[in-house]
Write a protein that binds this ligand. Structure first.
Ligand SMILES: *[C@@H]1O[C@H](CO)[C@@H](O)[C@H](O)[C@H]1NC(C)=O
Ligand SMILES: *[C@@H]1O[C@H](CO)[C@@H](O)[C@H](O)[C@H]1NC(C)=O
Ligand SMILES: *[C@@H]1O[C@H](CO)[C@@H](O)[C@H](O)[C@H]1NC(C)=O
Ligand SMILES: *[C@@H]1O[C@H](CO)[C@@H](O)[C@H](O)[C@H]1NC(C)=O
Ligand SMILES: *[C@@H]1O[C@H](CO)[C@@H](O)[C@H](O)[C@H]1NC(C)=O
Length: 381
């Protein structure tokens, strides 16, 4: 869906609000801008930008984050080539910084890192930040969560992101991502004027679909160093993620990012609690996008029949004249397993239908299925 006219009106409105919120007087039309996110929820309406612009692909999309908004989350992920290590990092500007629990915080700015080494899991949660400063320059964005020791810094062309942690954060060091795959939205490459919503009022941009990563972290006395593949996206909403009537916004959610041979692959399959479905596939080869389809994408999960844990995914992404990408993700290390939400990594194999051989590699995934809540007894009316 393209709404170029509406988008410029919306952008103008948001630009005005961002300038009001920011301490510096810069407009969204310039090459650089800074937005300061205050530490606590705001009163009034949360304004959201859901139509893409050319500037600041993963720049702030909300102004005035109120107590019922999901907020914004800058997400980074990496898994080592041998699958031994994986890391996820979240930079939250959200009163409810969780996909599994309905939190209600007054303070909204925090960062969280989870690291896996074989079967050992390490995690760190930051203190709440004093403010977050988000700098946007051309396409890239940098974010500083003041007082937490956590920041990320993106280059103007989106080619490199570094995610840095220092004291008082309990994990220190850096993750450097060097992009190997062009950015995209759910059903298109990174163009201006496209609808970024993956569910009503829930936006998503995949600024780095695939990257070479260099990880150097210190956890207590332990050094974790590896090279692997990485990923970065931003998700935002001015609506709540959980509601009393519908539970979470998703009843089922499947996401994965991986690399097999020359192919960078991302899939996102969502069933919303309002019955809306989204299937989005992305495949690039040697830095060129082969397709960003939203139809003829299928992902089938398979479970262990005794433990009922997620075991495998089969994915098919139709790339029209390029053929169909087939991939199988075999679940390996688990990073998060909480209230129906599972995040981890695994081996990925597959290739294009037009090819005679299969490639192998690694992938990261998330899988969520809403836990069936017991029937509420209906009270006297
Ligand atoms: C927050 O903003 C949203 C979107 O504008 C609005 O629907 C909602 O009612 C607001 N919440 C509060 C508590 O003001
Ligand atoms: C982040 O870490 C990298 C690698 O150690 C370093 O080169 C870079 O200067 C750091 N950036 C910031 C903002 O601290
Ligand atoms: C969404 O997908 C589910 C499960 O595949 C299906 O039952 C439902 O009818 C779909 N909804 C729409 C609006 O297509
Ligand atoms: C989906 O696949 C079918 C069968 O191959 C094809 O006819 C149709 O054009 C495809 N649709 C899209 C939107 O690619
Ligand atoms: C299912 O899980 C059990 C317990 O971890 C394991 O022993 C079994 O091999 C698994 N089954 C399959 C088919 O993977």
């Amino acid at each position: 869906m393209r709404l170029p006219v509406k988008s410029s009106a919306l952008l103008a409105a948001i630009g005005f609000l961002l300038v009001e919120a920011a301490s510096a007087s810069l407009s969204v039309d310039s090459q650089a801008s800074v937005v300061v996110i205050p530490p606590t929820v705001s009163n009034g309406l949360t304004e959201a930008q859901f139509i893409s612009s050319t500037h600041g692909l993963d720049g702030p999309k909300l102004s005035n984050i109120n107590s019922t908004a999901f907020g914004e989350v800058w997400y980074f992920n990496t898994v080592s080539e041998d699958g031994k290590y994986s890391v996820v990092a979240f930079f939250w500007a959200s009163p409810s910084p969780s996909l599994t629990a309905q939190l209600q915080n007054e303070k909204i700015l925090s960062a969280q890192v989870i690291v896996r080494e074989d079967d050992d899991i390490y995690s760190a949660n930051s203190v709440f930040a004093e403010t977050a400063e988000i700098f946007t320059s051309a396409k890239g964005t940098s974010g500083l969560w003041l007082g937490t020791g956590c920041s990320f810094s993106g280059s103007q062309s989106l080619s490199t992101y570094s995610v840095n942690f220092s004291s008082p954060f309990e994990i220190t060091g850096s993750i450097i991502l060097e992009s190997v795959a062009p950015a995209h939205y759910k059903c298109s490459s990174a163009e201006a004027g496209v609808d970024t919503q993956i569910l009503p009022n829930f936006g998503w941009v995949n600024a780095i679909p695939d990257a070479q990563t260099t990880v150097d972290l210190k956890i207590n006395a332990k050094n974790i160093k590896f090279k692997g593949i990485g990923y970065h996206d931003l998700a935002w909403s001015n609506a709540p993620f959980f509601s009393k009537a519908k539970g979470s916004l998703f009843t089922e959610y499947q996401w994965a990012h991986g690399r097999i041979g020359p192919y960078s692959v991302v899939w996102l399959v969502i069933t919303g609690s309002d019955g809306t479905n989204l299937t989005s596939g992305y495949v690039s080869r040697d830095g060129k996008v082969l397709g960003t389809p939203c139809s003829n994408v299928s992902v089938t999960p398979q479970f262990n029949t005794s433990t009922r844990q997620i075991r495998r995914f089969f994915a098919q992404i139709d790339l029209r004249h390029e053929g169909t990408l087939y991939a199988q993700l075999d679940v390996g290390g688990i990073l998060i397993n909480d209230a129906g939400f599972v995040a981890g990594s695994g081996g990925l194999s597959g290739g294009l239908s037009s090819e005679a051989f299969e490639h192998t590699g690694v992938a990261s995934f998330e899988y969520y299925r809403s836990v069936q809540l017991p029937e509420m007894p209906s009270g006297p009316q």
